[in-house]
Every structure is written in structure tokens, then in C-alpha cells.
Design a protein around this ligand. Structure first.
Ligand SMILES: Cc1cc2nc3c(=O)[nH]c(=O)nc-3n(C[C@H](O)[C@H](O)[C@H](O)COP(=O)(O)OP(=O)(O)OC[C@H]3O[C@@H](n4cnc5c(N)ncnc54)[C@H](O)[C@@H]3O)c2cc1C
Length: 293
């Protein structure tokens, strides 16, 4: 049952990653990390979670930094908000796909709180930045009892609500390698309305010339809201790598993407509608990327 208020909990504003790890080790499930709180506070209000302590990690050093380097690419602190990410000049110049994904999340007001890291750590199959993270082949930077480690986006999403973040770990940043030369990308989102709704289907498409592909061109596709976790439909990407780009190949790949989806019926849409929309949005995304190259 929906409750009208938040339960009682202790609030800790963490200042060092090691402090966070120690708290998680000591308190286990009774401690919960928070950044923007747009997912977490709703779950606390609804009684889905009952932590004794909420650990605010957004003020840790570097958590709100965005850095760009020609070699290393883009490093986005986990607590960078969607609006800050979308407004950053280097992100706009080099990663327009990420700008589209960030701007598709909820409403402007919510994007002032909602963070990139929170969106990914929530483990929602519908997370709008997840398809972009997949096709840009992002690396998640985690900090835990053994120090730092990196997890590829492809290995990060495990199941609804579950990611590769360990019980005593936190996400500190997301690194996006420099996109392949000449890459173009788009994120297409279908929701029940234009503002503030989770996606029924989300499709990211990234395309770039690649001499190692038989077709001379490669496309990466990322899907949200159509399976227990965000995914890349490998069969669709193989069709695109092996056949000359154009309408026939795009239609075949969009069909393969649809067949790679395993959606469910829920309040937002039926599984059958979602499957069909994967086909439609993938086809649309492939055309847009190809025409804009
Ligand atoms: C009205 C509304 C509309 C929404 N619309 C959309 C939408 O269109 N698209 C979309 O994708 N999402 C949407 N959301 C969901 C949410 O806003 C986003 O997922 C947001 O990006 C979450 O970020 P946050 O900083 O608020 O996360 P938080 O709520 O602070 O945290 C999210 C989860 O991550 C964990 N966590 C926090 N920090 C860390 C860390 N450093 N390391 C590991 N785990 C951590 C928390 O414990 C929690 O489980 C919507 C939510 C609301 C309330």
C-alpha cells in the first residue's frame, strides 16, 4: 500500500569512499546508498525498502566531475545529474547520443536531481541511459573493500534491480571511451507521454565506418524495457555487419532485434506491442543514423 510519508532512518553524509565501504560492511542491508534519491525515496515511501541508515554519497570527491581527454575519453562522476551531463560542452560535442539519452529521462525538474549513476545502479530494465552505456561500451568504475575495479556495461546489468555492484561497493564514475571515428548515434524512446514517463521501449543506435566488417560499416544497438535487463541484440548487429547498409538490411536487422527482445506485459504496454515497437524504433534509428552520417 502506498504510504504518505517516509519512514524514520539515520542520514549520513559521507565524505570519503572508505567511510562508505566501512558502513556497508558494518551495516549490510540496513544501509542504503543515495544520490539524487529519485528512485530510492519513492521506494522508501512505498515501504519497498526499510534501511536504518541512508548514506548520501553524492558529495564524495569527484562524484560530480565531468572530464574529457582525447585518449581516455569521457569520465562522468556517478553523481552528475542528467541536466549537468546534457549541458556539458564536451558531452554535447563528442557524445550527442548521451545527451539525447539524459534528456529523455523524466522531466526537467527531476533531471536536476536524477544522476547518471543512480539511473544505472537502480538496475531497472527501463533505465534510459543504459542503452547508451551499452553501445558506447562504457566502463563502470566501482570502489570497494579491495579498492577500485572496472566492469564493462555489457556485464553490469544482471537482472531487474540487480547490477554487478557488490554489497560493500559503490559506483564512483562511468568512463565512456572515445567513440569510433565518425560515429553517429541516436536514442529513440517511446513512453506513454512525452514527459516524465518510463520507457515502453528505448532503442539506442550507434553507427560508424569499420573496415573490419564485411559491410564496411558497423552498428551497435542497445535496448531498454524489453527484457529483464538492458541488452544488445547480437543477431541484429551481425546482420548489419555482414550485409550492405540499406533498407533491406535495416528491415532484416530490425526484425532480428525484435526477436532478441523478451518483454513482459505491464501497466505501460503489452509484450506484443513492445516487441513490435522494438522493430519500428530500431528501423527508425538505423535510418536516422545512416542518413545523418
Ligand atoms: C516521476 C519519476 C519519473 C521517472 N522517469 C524516468 C525516466 O523517464 N527514465 C528513467 O530512466 N528513469 C526515470 N525515473 C527513475 C529515476 O529518476 C532515475 O533512475 C534516476 O536517474 C535515478 O538517479 P538518482 O540519483 O535519483 O538515484 P537514487 O534514487 O539516489 O539511487 C538509485 C539506486 O541506486 C543506488 N545507489 C545510489 N548511489 C549509488 C552508488 N554510488 N553506487 C551504487 N549504488 C548506488 C541506490 O541505493 C538506489 O537503489 C523516474 C523517477 C520518477 C520518480
Amino acid at each position: 500500500m502506498t504510504r504518505s510519508g517516509l519512514p524514520d532512518f539515520d542520514y549520513v553524509r559521507a565524505t570519503r569512499p572508505a567511510e562508505v565501504v566501512a558502513l556497508l560492511q558494518e551495516r549490510g542491508d540496513a544501509a542504503r546508498l543515495m544520490m539524487g534519491g529519485t528512485d530510492l525515496l519513492v521506494r522508501l515511501r512505498d515501504g519497498a525498502l526499510r534501511p536504518h541508515v541512508v548514506v548520501d554519497v553524492k558529495h564524495l570527491p569527484g562524484m560530480s566531475d565531468v572530464r574529457y581527454d582525447e585518449q581516455a575519453g569521457l569520465t562522468v562522476g556517478a553523481a552528475v545529474t542528467m541536466n549537468a551531463l546534457a549541458a556539458h560542452p564536451a558531452v554535447q560535442a563528442r557524445y550527442p547520443l548521451l545527451v539525447e539519452a539524459a534528456r529523455s529521462v523524466a522531466s526537467y525538474q527531476l533531471r536536476n536531481r536524477a544522476t547518471l549513476g543512480g539511473n544505472l545502479c537502480n538496475g531497472s530494465p527501463a533505465a534510459d541511459t543504459a542503452p547508451a552505456a551499452l553501445v558506447l561500451e562504457a566502463q563502470m568504475l566501482l570502489y570497494g573493500p579491495e579498492g577500485e575495479r572496472e566492469v564493462a556495461a555489457a556485464d553490469f546489468f544482471l537482472a531487474p534491480g540487480r547490477t554487478a555492484v557488490g554489497p560493500s561497493e559503490l559506483l564512483t564514475a562511468v568512463r565512456f571511451p572515445p567513440p569510433p571515428a565518425g560515429a553517429k548515434g541516436h536514442y529513440l524512446k517511446l513512453g506513454r507521454n512525452k514527459l516524465g514517463d518510463l520507457s515502453i521501449v528505448g532503442v539506442a543506435v550507434l553507427g560508424f565506418a569499420d573496415g573490419t566488417a564485411p559491410s564496411g560499416y558497423r552498428f551497435r544497438i542497445g535496448l531498454a524495457s524489453v527484457a529483464p535487463r538492458p541488452l544488445r541484440p547480437a543477431a541484429a548487429e551481425a546482420v548489419l555487419a555482414d550485409n550492405p547498409p540499406g533498407e533491406g538490411t535495416f528491415a532484416q536487422a530490425a526484425e532480428a532485434a525484435m526477436n532478441g527482445a523478451a518483454p513482459i506485459d505491464d501497466v505501460r504496454a503489452s509484450a506484443a506491442y513492445r516487441r513490435e515497437m522494438v522493430r519500428v524504433l530500431t528501423l527508425r534509428g538505423l535510418r536516422q543514423v545512416w542518413e545523418g552520417r
